[in-house]
Design a protein around this ligand. Structure first.
Ligand code: N0T
Length: 548
């Protein structure tokens, strides 16, 4: 079909997020792009550190690097700009054919202004911090500081001007505004300035869109007023950056989220950031921001799946801006694809000698890289085909749903996840290792931890690590790949009384978007379902019914 024919590569077309029929594509060089990403550790944003980043990016088969650019390094003295780091970063990325997602670490880097220049972060008069209810100050900037916004915006615009003049080929395909904005320890700024603002009427655009009665923040939002107020003004701050930046160079822009636990939110999270309770509010306040992207440090399947569901919306393409770099997280790549995700980026992927355990892996090593490298090597040869299918066709993606026993660790802000009672895997219900997907005329059953031969029930992989992807090519034709899983097709109720069979299973690969046939799977290779090991296989499955 034409969809797999590669168009002649269009260069210098601006990257953009395109949404059609509620589905999204991240267009890079004029065609859908799948971000097989890696994020460096913090502090990797200096030329001297880059070699230690590239080696991991390469080992992973990633196609995109997310890496900070800090306000403190580009404007160390007010009004004096230095983009020499970017000169090096862009040149080295191009040599390696890697695209970049620049992370603008500025007014907020997880709550604090640590990455702002000294002339900003030491001048509280000019750049005021959040004041708590008790009058004490937090080391988190107030979103109401006009000087802060103007100074940050000025530097951000300089950055975008640099990209406009030095990056005609769009090596940088997207920009993240700030990092995990929000404030720990107060629901809002209670300074005098903030208080008088808080007593004003809720902005009309928010009232109108939410279809609520107008009034003051407290009148309209009651107990949520403090948090919504803070979220609104942080979102507006970020929106102003996005507008000003895009006016210079119209790249896709996102914000990332320090998530709250979707099941047990509590109130210890980064308030004012785009947590799940304020996504709608953020969307209203910041229409120029293309994506609100979750940073996932929950290890269990149930919570991860819920987070991805919450952040994949018709008005929000799912981009996993960060996810822990430990083994259990890798399989959630498949889950992200099931939510039509446009990309995925494990955090801390470099040899700069830092490990954010218990969020991620205990240390960086070949062993840490391997689970991600395995998936990216599988995807890399047909990443653009998958991105196109995800945009134009129906796709499914699932990860092994059962968590390995050791994965139920109490992790920052996820510590209420229920502990699992240890039982040996064979005593467990096979349903725990089974997912059923409704593909239309056909269903697919994905199971984990079985022999390739025969029908012994699934017992899960140890550790949980499987996943499967299916794309519908036509009513009876599917593209299928998986790791450590069995995929079996069966008729749906619509055709259940017809005779059916697998007509043909082709193994092949894509070259420049074109399907290249290698062989037919038959006999043992299809009699017990399609069994995928740790070796990449890409299959085109044709199902058929027949009359007697
Ligand atoms: C992530 C990463 C990096 C009160 C953690 C996770 C990254 C940031 N934050 O390694 O710092 O830049 O986006 C949230 C963890 C919350 C810690 C609670 C501190």
């Amino acid at each position: 079909s034409t969809m797999f024919n590669s168009d002649s590569k269009q260069t210098h077309v601006m990257p953009e997020i395109v949404t059609q029929n509620g589905k999204h594509a991240f267009m890079v060089d004029g065609k859908p792009y799948l971000v097989l990403g890696a994020q460096s550790n913090n502090s990797a944003n200096y030329p001297a550190a880059l070699a230690k980043v590239w080696s991991v990016v390469e080992q992973m088969s990633a196609n995109t690097l997310s890496i900070p650019v800090a306000w403190e390094q580009v404007e160390p003295i007010e009004g004096q700009f230095d983009f020499s780091y970017l000169d090096v970063l862009l040149a080295e990325a191009r040599e390696r054919d890697i695209r970049l997602n620049l992370l603008w670490f500025a007014t907020w880097k997880n709550n604090a202004p640590h990455y702002a220049p000294s002339w900003v972060k030491l001048d509280n008069q000019r750049f005021p911090r959040v004041v708590k209810k008790d009058g004490s100050s937090l080391n988190s900037m107030s979103p109401l500081g006009k000087n802060t916004l103007e100074a940050d915006k000025k530097a951000f615009v300089k950055l975008m001007e640099y990209l406009k003049s030095h990056d005609k080929q769009h090596t940088v395909i997207m920009v993240q505004i700030e990092n995990e904005v929000g404030t720990y320890g107060s629901k809002r700024d209670f300074s005098e300035l903030a208080q008088s603002q808080f007593e004003q009427m809720v902005p009309q655009e928010l009232v109108d869109t939410l279809k609520v009665k107008s009034g003051s923040w407290s009148e309209v939002f009651n107990k949520d007023a403090d948090e919504y107020f803070h979220a609104w003004y942080i979102a507006k701050f970020c929106e102003e950056l996005a507008i000003a930046g895009k006016a210079v160079k119209d790249l896709p822009m996102n914000v990332n989220v320090a998530l709250r636990n979707p099941f047990y939110p509590g109130d210890g999270y980064s308030m004012g950031g785009p947590t799940d309770n304020v996504i709608d509010l953020w969307k209203i306040a910041a229409p120029s921001i293309d994506m609100i992207s979750p940073d996932i440090y929950f290890r269990d399947h149930l919570t991860v799946d819920r987070v991805m569901e919450l952040y994949s919306r018709q008005d929000n393409p799912l981009f996993i801006s960060e996810i822990g770099n430990d083994q259990p997280y890798a399989r959630y790549f498949f889950t992200a694809m099931g939510y039509q995700g446009i990309g995925f980026a494990p955090f801390g992927m470099d040899f700069t000698d830092y490990a954010n355990y218990p969020l991620g892996a205990k240390s960086m090593s070949d062993e840490t890289i391997a689970p991600f490298a395995e998936i990216y090597s599988l995807m890399r040869p047909f990443a653009d085909v998958w991105a196109t299918l995800s945009f134009e066709n129906k796709v499914w993606g699932v990860a092994e749903p059962h968590d390995s026993l050791t994965e139920k660790q109490s992790i920052w802000n996820a510590n209420t996840t229920e502990e699992q009672i240890p039982v040996s895997a064979v005593e467990l219900d096979p349903a725990l290792f089974t997912q059923t997907l409704d593909l239309g005329l056909w269903n697919a059953e994905v199971t984990y931890g079985r022999k390739m031969f025969w029908i012994d029930p699934p017992i899960g992989n140890a550790p949980a690590s499987g996943g499967a992807l299916i794309a519908k090519l036509s009513e009876n034709e599917y593209l299928v790949t998986a790791l450590r899983a069995r995929v079996s097709f069966s008729p749906s109720t619509e055709i259940v009384d017809k005779h059916h069979m697998i007509e043909r299973v082709e193994e092949g690969h894509f070259e420049d978007g074109k399907w290249i046939f290698e062989r037919v799977w038959n006999g043992d290779q299809t009699d017990w379902g399609l069994n995928f090991t740790s070796v990449p296989h890409l299959l085109k499955v044709t199902m058929a019914t027949y009359e007697l």
